[in-house]
Unconditional design. Structure first.
Length: 178
């Protein structure tokens, strides 16, 4: 019997080998790709490497909603998407983490993560990912929490009226000296 010992190191090596392999294949496009890819959704972070396709976006929205119920109504998923479009490194990192989450969901529950409805199943996956893929989970959670609490529509729900002096130095003719 063969035992497989999965680890974060093996996961990182697999992602690195995949990126290197992608780079090699892109050097030989006539050999590597006889047809154009059918899924052109998402955006390109490197020549030929597209991330955040429609399926990944659905998983991202489901994860945002699992972390903070009601966050999608406040537009947090849209803000996450805007953030990853500006930061290509974060886009690749979060895309790989969401892919991992979806692969775990398919292996355990035979359906994509965004189709899971039972909170017990969702929590099982989140607990597993929070331990086994801690870097992804913690970074994604921090981003979602930051975007949620900096959203002005959420402030009203929390009875927070916003910054006491939102722009400039309204009480002074010149900038105060500290």
């Amino acid at each position: 019997m063969i035992t497989v010992n999965n680890s974060r190191r093996k996961f990182i090596k697999s992602v690195a080998i995949g990126l290197i392999g992608c780079e090699v294949l892109l050097e030989f496009p006539s050999i590597a790709f006889s047809k154009k890819p059918t899924d052109t959704s998402g955006f390109e972070i490197h020549k030929g490497l597209r991330v955040f396709n429609d399926h990944t976006k659905k998983n991202m929205e489901a994860l945002v909603e699992a972390l903070i119920p009601g966050a999608n109504k406040a537009g947090v998923s849209d803000e996450v998407f805007i953030y990853v479009q500006r930061d290509k490194g974060a886009a690749g990192f979060f895309d790989a983490g969401l892919w991992n989450l979806d692969a775990l969901s398919r292996a355990k529950f035979k359906k994509p993560f965004h189709e899971l409805k039972d909170p017990k199943d969702i929590n099982t996956l989140l607990n597993h990912v929070s331990v086994r893929n801690r870097a992804f989970f913690n970074q994604f959670r921090k981003l979602v929490i930051r975007l949620y609490f900096t959203n002005s529509s959420v402030w009203k729900k929390l009875s927070y009226n916003g910054p006491p002096q939102p722009a400039g130095f309204l009480d002074y003719s010149q900038v105060p000296k500290i």
